[in-house]
Structures are given as structure tokens and as C-alpha cells.
Unconditional design. Structure first.
Length: 267
């Protein structure tokens, strides 16, 4: 009898055209898995624009590697101008504990650990905080699909999920600089087109928009331009990718203190 009931329910679902709903967390998990690569190296141009319109141009290089299943390491290095050349941010992702981040300043000649309380701070005068520059632990956030809509972006209408991300625990709520983020993610290729960041009082403080996505390997995309508009600070950070290399040979030693202190990271 029970078997007949289950079959009837299944037939009803199929005939009614019902589609199983996807959750916000499932979208984020699928996005992370879809666009994951083993290694990645990119050279970029960064432009900082102050509220009075003054501009500062920087050059940087980024390294990333999956050193174990879903465990990554990252190195960001400024290569120009001369006054910040050699400044670097090293990030180690962990599964069983908090991620580690270290800032290297050539004048000090040592790596300084970024305290959890300092991850809300902006990195080197940009509009990205240390928190923005570390990998996101999906289990630390609750993701809710607020709605689905067509979003006009780069003269095209994209079918998007609008997903809200809020800290999932009291601990993460205390540590994060944001009360929530709202993301526009395309249904087709799971591209993040836009992210709104809200402070602890629920006020919109900055908006990141990504442009000109490029397929770097079959089914894997990266934006070639990103624009962070900091409404609160009246400041902007623009990043443009010059070159990007995917799944190339990259030794684990790149992501070590020794690699930085010996100067190899600037070669």
C-alpha cells in the first residue's frame, strides 16, 4: 500500500510540472565546485580612485593553489610602484580551524600575522578588507534565495538568483565586518555579477561589480575586470586582469615564509 502511495505522489509531481527548489547554499556550493581550478596565476593592474578624483596605479601578481581537497593557499604580491613593491599577503585556508593570513612589508622584513579582529580592516588602501581576500567558508554563512530576476548587466539581461549571505553563528557575526551580503549570481554559468556589502547597522557601504567574464577552461569563468565602489569612503578600486594562467605547475613552496623572505616571490 505504502509503495503505491509513493508511486502516486511521484506521478503527481511529474504531471504537475513541479521542479524541486534549489537552496541558496546549494547554489554557492555548485558555483564553488564549477569554477574551481588546481592552480592559478594572474597579473593585474589596480587603480585606486580617491573622493577628489586623484588616482594611484598599482601592479600586482596573484598565485593560488589547491594543496589538498578543498584546501587552498593564496599569495598576492604588489610589483609596482616602487614604494609598495614587494608588499605581500599570504593566506592559508584550513578546514578544521580559522584561516591564517600574514602581511609582509619589505621595510620590516618579516611576516606579520593578521589578527581575527583586524580582518575587518582595509588592505593597503584598497576597498577590499582582509576578510574579502580570504576564501569563504560556506559553513560559516546562511544563504537564502531572496528572489529570482532578470538583471541588466553589460547590455544583456541575465537570469539571476539574488542570494543573501549572513553569518551563521554568533562567533562569525562578531568577527565579520558585514551584517549581510547580497549577491547576483547567474543561473546558467553561476557567475557572480554583483555583490552588495552591508555594515553592522544594515547600511549599504560598498558594491562590487564584475565584468567581461572569460572562459579560462571549459565551463570555468573568471571576470577580467572588477570594480569596488565604496559608498561609505567615497573611494573606488578597479582591477583589470592582464594575463591569467590556469592549472600550471606551481610548487607548494611558493606559499611559504621562506619563499618570500628569500626574495623569490619577486623574480
Amino acid at each position: 500500500m505504502m509503495k503505491k502511495v509513493i508511486i502516486l505522489i511521484f506521478v503527481f509531481i511529474l504531471s504537475s510540472g513541479y521542479v524541486w527548489a534549489i537552496t541558496g547554499k546549494e547554489v554557492i556550493e555548485k558555483q564553488k565546485e564549477k569554477h574551481k581550478v588546481k592552480t592559478e596565476v594572474a597579473t593585474e593592474i589596480m587603480l585606486l580612485v580617491d573622493k577628489d578624483g586623484s588616482k594611484e596605479k598599482r601592479q600586482l601578481k596573484r598565485y593560488a593553489k589547491e594543496v589538498a581537497p578543498d584546501i587552498h593557499r593564496y599569495l598576492l604580491v604588489f610589483t609596482a610602484p616602487a614604494d609598495i613593491r614587494g608588499t605581500a599577503l599570504l593566506t592559508w585556508e584550513h578546514k578544521d580551524r580559522e584561516n591564517d593570513q600574514w602581511l609582509y612589508m619589505p621595510a620590516i622584513k618579516k611576516l606579520q600575522r593578521i589578527a581575527k579582529s583586524s580582518k575587518k580592516n582595509y588592505f593597503m588602501g584598497t576597498d577590499f578588507t582582509y576578510e574579502d581576500l580570504e576564501p569563504e567558508d560556506i559553513d560559516n554563512f546562511k544563504y537564502t534565495i531572496l528572489r529570482e530576476e532578470k538583471f541588466k548587466h553589460e547590455k544583456k539581461l541575465w537570469d539571476c538568483y539574488i542570494i543573501e549571505a549572513v553569518p551563521a553563528t554568533k562567533k562569525k557575526e562578531r568577527e565579520s565586518g558585514y551584517s549581510k551580503r547580497i549577491m547576483w549570481i547567474t543561473k546558467k554559468d553561476l557567475l557572480t555579477l554583483k555583490v552588495e556589502f552591508y555594515n553592522k547597522r544594515g547600511k549599504l557601504i560598498k558594491v562590487q561589480t564584475n565584468y567581461s567574464f572569460k572562459e579560462v577552461k571549459p565551463g570555468v569563468f573568471r571576470p577580467t575586470k572588477s570594480f569596488m565602489n565604496n559608498i561609505e569612503r567615497k573611494h573606488k578600486t578597479l582591477i583589470g586582469t592582464q594575463k591569467r594562467y590556469i592549472d600550471i605547475k606551481l610548487d607548494n613552496s611558493v606559499f611559504t615564509e621562506r619563499y618570500i623572505l628569500t626574495g623569490k616571490y619577486l623574480q
